[in-house]
Design a protein around this ligand. Structure first.
Ligand code: IVH
Length: 687
C-alpha cells in the first residue's frame, strides 16, 4: 500500500458508511488496519506515538463500524479483535515449534566464572556475550505466518504448551502484523515474556480486594493468571506487556548472531528490552549484574536476575544443549530481597491437612515493591532455632513467589524480650488435642475442624480442581462461619439469596456465582480426584489413577495391592488412597456430592477406532444432539472434541446460528460439515 491516508495527520472526515460500495469499504478497511497496526507499534513498542489518542480512537471506531456493516470483511487478526474474543471452555494444548528450553541458573559469581571457563575451553575464537535482564513473567512462544500473527502458547512442559492466542491478541504491544516493506520469513517463531508492571499489578490487586477476591502474590502470578484466563475479555482490560528475547525459527532468514536478531525484532515491531547489551568479558557481566541489582527496584517490570548468552549462533551450536538447558546461556539470579521490620506477634494457622503452622505478624514492610505483613515460620523447631519472639526486630526475605520468610533476628542490646513461642496443646480453631509427628504438629479433627474445612473447600473450588471462578477464600470463610456450608455438597445447594446475604454481593454477582457452581457439576474423573484433596494425590497422580480405573466406582473399590501394582503408584500413595475411600466420612461426602447432582465423568474408552486421531469442533445448535452428546459420540469413536478451531482441527460441525468459529475454520482451511453430514460420519440415520 503506497500511501496510507491514516498514518500521518489522519484524515478522519469519513464518508457516510451507507454511501460506500463494497470495494471502497474493503480498501478503507485494509488501510485502517494497516494504519492502526502501525500506530499500535509506535505507541506500545516504540513508545513514540505519532497521532493523538483521540485520532486513534476515531480510526478504531471507524474500523469497527465498517466491520459491523460489512461482516464479510471481518478478519481474525484485525486490530478490533484486541478487545477480546468469546470465552472458551478450556485452553487447548499445542506443541511447540522447537522445544522451549529453560536456563541453568546460578546465584554465585563463581558459578558464572565456571560457565565462562567452560565456554572458553570449548570455543577457540573470541566469544561475545549478550547480557539481558531476566524478566520475571510468563514465557510464551509466538508464531507469525507471512508476517501475520498465527498463534501463541505458554511454555507448558517445554514441549507442549497451551494455546493462549486470543488472550495474547489483547496485548497492545504484541503486533498482529509485523512491520515490513519487503521480505519477511514465511514462518517466524519467537519467544518472549508476558509481564505486568508493578503499577498495573497494584491497581488490579486493589480492585480484586474490593471485589472480595484474593489478591495476586506478585506481578508474575498476576500476569500468568491473567494470560491463562478462559475469557479473553478478562485479559483485554488488564495491563499486560510483552518483551521478546529469542528466535526459535525464521524460515529463509540468514542470520548469524543473537545480537542481529535483537536488532531486527523492533524493526518488525517486536519489542525488546532497552537494557540488552553486547559485551566481551566476565568483567562486563559483573558490572551489569551490579548495575541491575541497584536499579531493579526502580524498574516498572520485575526482574529476578540477568541472562548471559553466547552471541554467535555457530558457537552456540558447538556448545549444544544438555537435557533441557542450553550450554550457551546462563541465568545469574539476584539474591533474594531482605528488609528489616518488627515482629508483632506469632499466631498459629491451621491448614487444609490439619497442619499447625506458626505465622509471624509483622509491621508491614515493602520488599521490592510488595507489601509484606505476614511470614511463615514453618514449625516449632524453626521458631526455636531462630529464637524469634514477639517484639523482636527481624529481617524478612522474599524470593520470587515463595511465601515470605523470617531470615533472622536482629539483636538489640539491652532490650527486654517477649516470651518464647511454644505450640499450643489444642487446635486454635476447634480445640481438639493436637498430635505431633516429628517437627510438625497436626489437628486430628479432620473436616469437623472449621479451618480444615475451609482449606478443603478452597482447594476443591480452585482453578486446577473444580475451577469455580470467583469463589475466593474470603467468601468460603464466610460460608463456613455462617454454617451455610458444612460439607462440599452444601456448595451445590447454595442459591442466589444465600450470597446476597454476604457483603459485597449484588443480584448479578450472586447469580453468576451460583451458575459457576452449577456448571462445575460434570468434572472429569482426574479433576475430581485431585479436587478431593487426597494426601499424595496431585494432578499427575490423579491422571494416572483415572487412566487406570476409568471410573469413580471402580477406584472406590480398588484395594491396596491392585493400586500398588500401578505404575508410578508406590505404597505410600496406595495406602493414602485406600485409606481415604475407606473412611466413612469421606464415603458420605462423595455420596452426598452425587446426590446433589455431581456426575463424575468416566474416562471414555472408545468403542471403535473409526474416527481415531480426528479432532472435532462444534458451533451453533444441532437438532438431534446437545453439545455434550455430540462430543461424547465422537469420543466414543476415538476422536477428540475441542472448543476452538485451530490448524489441528479436522471438522467443524456447524449447526444453526454458527458463531465466529466459522471464520476461524475458513482461515485454517478446516472442513465444515452440517448436521446431516455429521450424522453420516456417526452412521446415525435416525434422530
Ligand atoms: S532465554 C534457551 N532470555 O527465564 C533460552 N529467558 O528458564 C531460553 N526469561 O522460562 C530462555 N528473561 O521465561 C531468556 N532475557 C531472557 C529471559 C528469559 C526471562 C525466563 C524464561 C525462562 C526462564 C529461564
Amino acid at each position: 500500500m503506497a500511501k496510507n491516508p491514516f498514518k500521518k495527520n489522519p484524515d478522519t472526515d469519513f464518508k457516510d458508511i451507507e454511501k460506500l460500495d463494497h470495494k471502497e469499504a474493503e480498501k478503507q478497511v485494509e488501510q485502517l488496519r494497516e494504519a492502526i497496526d502501525y500506530h499500535d507499534d509506535r505507541y506500545y513498542t516504540k513508545n513514540d506515538p505519532v497521532i493523538s489518542d483521540q485520532a486513534y480512537d476515531t480510526l478504531f471506531k471507524r474500523l469497527q463500524d465498517l466491520e459491523e456493516e460489512f461482516p464479510d470483511l471481518q478478519s481474525p487478526n484485525s486490530p478490533t479483535k484486541r478487545v477480546g474474543a468469546e470465552p472458551v471452555d478450556e485452553l487447548k494444548k499445542k506443541k511447540h515449534t522447537r522445544p522451549m528450553l529453560s536456563l541453568d541458573s546460578a546465584l554465585e559469581k563463581s558459578e558464572i566464572e565456571d560457565f565462562i571457563d567452560y565456554v572458553d575451553r570449548h570455543i577457540d575464537d573470541e566469544t561475545e556475550y549478550v547480557l539481558e535482564p531476566k524478566l520475571d513473567g510468563l514465557s510464551v512462544e509466538v508464531v507469525y505466518e507471512n508476517g501475520s500473527f498465527d498463534y501463541g502458547t505458554t511454555r507448558g512442559d517445554g514441549t507442549t504448551g497451551e494455546d493462549i492466542s486470543e488472550n495474547l491478541k489483547t496485548i497492545g504491544s504484541l503486533p498482529l502484523q509485523l512491520q515490513h516493506d519487503g521480505e519477511i520469513p514465511q514462518k517466524l517463531a519467537v519467544r518472549g515474556e508476558v509481564l505486568m508492571s508493578r503499577s498495573g499489578f497494584q491497581e488490579i490487586n486493589k480492585k480484586r480486594v474490593n471485589e472480595g477476591k484474593e489478591p495476586f502474590a506478585n506481578p508474575r502470578n498476576a500476569a500468568a493468571g491473567t494470560v491463562r484466563q478462559l475469557d479473553p475479555k478478562n485479559v483485554a482490560d488488564k495491563p499486560l506487556d510483552i518483551f521478546f528475547y529469542e528466535m526459535l525459527q525464521a524460515d529463509g532468514w540468514e542470520v548469524h548472531s543473537h545480537w542481529e536478531v535483537l536488532k531486527q525484532f523492533p524493526e518488525w515491531g517486536l519489542k525488546t528490552h532497552p537494557l540488552n547489551k553486547k559485551v566481551k568479558s566476565m568483567r562486563d557481566a559483573v558490572k551489569y549484574h551490579q548495575k541491575l541489582t541497584d536499579e531493579r527496584d526502580d524498574m516498572d517490570y520485575e526482574i529476578d536476575g540477568i541472562v548471559i548468552k553466547v552471541d554467535d549462533f555457530s558457537q552456540r551450536e558447538t556448545l549444544g544443549t544438555r537435557e533441557r538447558n542450553p550450554r550457551w546461556a546462563m541465568a545469574w539470579k539476584f539474591p533474594p530481597k531482605k528488609e528489616m521490620t518488627r515482629l508483632r506477634d506469632i499466631v498459629v494457622q491451621v491448614g487444609r491437612t490439619g497442619m499447625l503452622t506458626p505465622v509471624a505478624l509483622l509491621d508491614p514492610v515493602d520488599i521490592g515493591g510488595v507489601t509484606v505483613s505476614r511470614a511463615t515460620l514453618h514449625n516449632e523447631d524453626e521458631v526455636r532455632e531462630k529464637d524469634v519472639r514477639p517484639g523482636d526486630k527481624v529481617r524478612v526475605v522474599r524470593a520470587g513467589d515463595v511465601i515470605p520468610e523470617i531470615a533472622e533476628r536482629v539483636k538489640e542490646r539491652g532490650k527486654e524480650r517477649g516470651k518464647p513461642f511454644s505450640m499450643p496443646d489444642t487446635c486454635p480453631v476447634c480445640d481438639t488435642g493436637v498430635v505431633r509427628e516429628g517437627a510438625y504438629t497436626f489437628c486430628p479433627a479432620g473436616l469437623s475442624c472449621r479451618a480444615q474445612l475451609v482449606g478443603h473447600i478452597i482447594h476443591y473450588v480452585s482453578g486446577d480442581a473444580m475451577d469455580i471462578e470467583n469463589l475466593g477464600e474470603k467468601i468460603v470463610q464466610h460460608l463456613v462461619d455462617r454454617e451455610m456450608v458444612k460439607d462440599l455438597s452444601d456448595l451445590y445447594r447454595l442459591e442466589k439469596d444465600d450470597f446476597l446475604q454476604l457483603e459485597g454481593f449484588a443480584e448479578k454477582s450472586s447469580q453468576k456465582l451460583v451458575d459457576a457452581i452449577q456448571r462445575s457439576k460434570k468434572p472429569e474423573l482426574d479433576t475430581f480426584l485431585y479436587a478431593l484433596g487426597i494426601r499424595h494425590v496431585g494432578q499427575h497422580i490423579a491422571r494416572v489413577l483415572a487412566r487406570k480405573y476409568q471410573d469413580l466406582g471402580a477406584l472406590r473399590k480398588a484395594d491396596f495391592d491392585d493400586l500398588k501394582q500401578t505404575r508410578e503408584i508406590g505404597p505410600e500413595i496406595a495406602e493414602s488412597v485406600t485409606h481415604f475411600f475407606k473412611e466413612k466420612e469421606n464415603q458420605k461426602i462423595i455420596d452426598r456430592l452425587q446426590n446433589v447432582g455431581v456426575e463424575v465423568k468416566s474416562v471414555q474408552v472408545s468403542e471403535s477406532d473409526e474416527l481415531k486421531g480426528l479432532t472435532f469442533v462444534f458451533t451453533g445448535e444441532l437438532d438431534s444432539f446437545t453439545r455434550d452428546q455430540a462430543k461424547e459420540r465422537v469420543e466414543k469413536m476415538g476422536a477428540r472434541a475441542t472448543s476452538s478451531v485451530s490448524g489441528n482441527t479436522d471438522y467443524l460441525v456447524a449447526g444453526e446460528d454458527p458463531g465466529s468459529k466459522m471464520d476461524d475454520a475458513k482461515k485454517h482451511d478446516v472442513k465444515i460439515i452440517d448436521e446431516k453430514e455429521f450424522k453420516k460420519l456417526l452412521h446415525d440415520s435416525g434422530g
